[in-house]
Write a protein that binds this ligand. Structure first.
Ligand code: TYD
Length: 148
């Protein structure tokens, strides 16, 4: 059993893709172990994207995640924890490559991602490793909000 964090990003929320994304993961046999709507602060997003610190695009990524580039009346992110065998790698495979123009066409990012204003709007975040997943779950969820 493994857990992974997924974030439905503002572009996917604007396109009403949440149900489609979740059904794709449920069809893999993964279960939802946590779910919430988050009004993410800049501080939370900078902690989440700690690995991007010092890159020329981190500020744009944070702005995008705060909803600045999508037409949503209330900025938000939908955060989910998924649980199942080999969940991290299987969810990443369903997402495809980070760059939507390079992602396989049948993956979520290949189907629904785009690049606008030089920022990758790639629909969904998913943890890269089981260690990253546990760090990210602790960042986005309190212990009592999520199944073990
Ligand atoms: P990263 O953690 O490297 O990728 P992933 O989301 O696949 O784990 O990057 C985080 C986000 O930053 C990524 O989803 C899109 C954005 N990004 C850019 O806008 N430009 C870039 O060159 C990279 C590498 C990422």
């Amino acid at each position: 059993m493994e857990r992974t964090l997924i974030l439905i990003k503002p572009d996917a929320i604007e396109k009403r893709l949440t149900g489609l994304v979740l059904s794709r993961f449920e069809a893999l046999g993964l279960e939802i172990a946590g779910a919430k709507v988050v009004r993410a602060t800049e501080e939370l997003l900078r902690q989440h994207y700690d690995n991007l610190k010092g890159t020329p695009f981190v500020d744009e990524v944070v702005k995008f995640m705060m909803g600045d580039y999508n037409n949503l009346p209330d900025h938000r992110i939908y955060a989910f924890v998924l649980r199942g065998d080999n969940a991290v790698a299987r969810v990443r495979a369903a997402l495809g490559a980070t760059n939507p123009e390079k992602a396989d066409p049948w993956t979520l990012r290949g189907q629904f991602g785009c690049i606008k204003n030089g920022v990758m709007q790639n629909a969904v975040h998913a943890s890269g490793t089981p260690q990253e997943a546990e760090r990210e779950i602790a960042l986005w969820f309190r212990a009592e909000e999520v199944l073990p």
